[in-house]
Design a binder for this molecule. Sequence first.
Ligand SMILES: [Fe+2]
Length: 465
Amino acid sequence: MTLADLDNLDAAGQIKALKQKLAPQQAAPKSAFADVTDHMRRAADAIRADQAAERPVVPEIAYSDIAAGTVNEETRAAIRRTGCAIIRQVYPESLATDCAYLETNRYEEREVEKRSLDQYFSSLAAGRPQIFNVYWSKPQVNARQGETIATTRSFLDRLWKYEGVFDPDRQCTYADRVRRRQPGDTTLGLSPHMDAGTIERWIDPGYQSVYEAVFAGDWRSYDPFDGTHRLKTREIPSPAIASAFRTYQGWTALTRQGPTDGTLRLVPVAAGISYVLLRALQDDVAEDDLCGAEPGRAFGVDAAWHPEMMACQVSIPEVRPGDTVWWHTDICHAVADEHAGSEYASVIYIGSTPACPKNLSYLPGQKEAFVAGRSAPDFAPMDFEVDFVGRATEADLTELGRCQMGLLCAPPLVRIAEDDRPRHDATALLPRDIGGGGDAKRRRRGRCRAPNSIAQPSMTTGAAA
Ligand SMILES: [Fe+2]
């Protein structure tokens, strides 16, 4: 399906067909929804109790504990239960906050001219966030290819059941944008939503496999961290809906930002997706509707349909430059409506896209965009950076960065039987021991050894972008 096909998508017909297909087992979704609603209420109570006792609601880990291999099982279980984590000091705090790249290249003036192209956020009630459509500044490229963030992603991806699906120790670059929110801003928040698709979570056969237990009413046996069917999903194309498989979305803080600084809010309940899926199958939702989910738009979650989920929403705690935040691909999140602080709240979006056929097939198009300075393929084609001064080039990539970008190991084109689109034979590039145990760092470096002279990514110039 292409963007042009979106107009021809019979969303209402497919939603009706799904509900008719599930009708014979209607009792199961009803009782399951009652159960998962109770689970959400209990989760909200537990969150309030943790907050009252000043216990962290979002699990927090020092990067040094990941590097030392000393993260305990209790913390790992907390990440699986909440679907999110804050990993502190992945980069040293000596990051600057100026934005020379954006300002030198007159980004804001140019954006006004091109704004109408970005339809993605237009359906979100709080309006358009202060997100900058740049992908290839040196701070972004350096932050993505850092050794420490690679180790962080390896740790997080190993919390998944990944055997035979993806390699938790090898990343594919997935270039994303920058948020730089002005102090005092009251209009550019981002309403609660989930990434990675809207109605396809119900109607796409791949997603139906992922959520099979939920639709069967057995939501407690659904494991959000089971990757088995995740590569089968087919998202409806839309600017900013990832066609790559992200185990986590995430960002790296460039500035200090706390709960009042217009920053990230999360629903730290991994089971929340079951609640949303089952909510749309209840009798008070029209047979051609899924609680307002629309193809090709942001997948909003709201208080009218999902009050128990909204009650679980929390702001992340204060983070410092170099701290990172991660949330599972099904976790509901938002950006607070008001930035009541006095400093810019700036982040570089860096999620986790481990090596797998789906993600490796994204690399050739992204590589062309990188070389030309165009927007990354999944995003609105604003192409701001084609003539930007100071853009990263191939010379700025480390050996690890080149490998993650697909420059060291270009995959050959093959065709996959299940659909006839050209794909890249990524499986041929996966390590033979994919899915096996072993030391993450050793295996990653075994393929893409970074020379000793590579320094920590420097964000001392153009730090916000
Ligand atoms: Fe999002």
